[in-house]
Design a binder for this molecule. Structure first.
Ligand SMILES: [Ca+2]
Ligand SMILES: [Ca+2]
Length: 115
């Protein structure tokens, strides 16, 4: 929520009836003045966005077996070292959610397992 003093709103120089739609990465996908009504394709746009979200990914569960353990760390380290990875693995492996997978995520995943 962008609450008073509406920093996000002001930062985007939005007028009172502008609609902004972000995808799950926080990227702007739609920006439109809706004074004359909502865009006709709004529903399908949102459905497309929902379907684009990687499904079933548990943070840290890279091999999708439902648990987080040392095998997931091995998978994550392989990706960091340049191994191939799926969209789901990239989502599950970005432990600190900064948009990239690197050694910091591996350290945090180890900490999750140890705690
Ligand atoms: Ca796992
Ligand atoms: Ca990360």
């Amino acid at each position: 929520m962008d609450e008073s003093p509406f920093n996000v709103w002001n930062g985007w120089s939005a007028s009172q009836r502008d609609l902004f739609v972000l995808d799950h990465n926080g990227d702007l996908v739609l920006s439109q003045n809706i004074s004359s009504g909502l865009p006709s394709n709004l529903q399908s746009t949102i459905i497309d966005l929902i379907e684009s979200i990687p499904s079933g990914s548990i943070l840290g569960d890279l091999n999708e077996d439902g648990t987080i353990n040392v095998i997931d760390v091995v998978n994550l380290v392989n990706i960091i070292l340049g191994g191939s990875s799926s969209e789901q693995q990239l989502a599950a492996g970005d432990i600190n959610q900064d948009g990239t997978i690197n050694v910091i995520d591996a350290v945090q995943l180890v900490n999750i397992i140890l705690n």
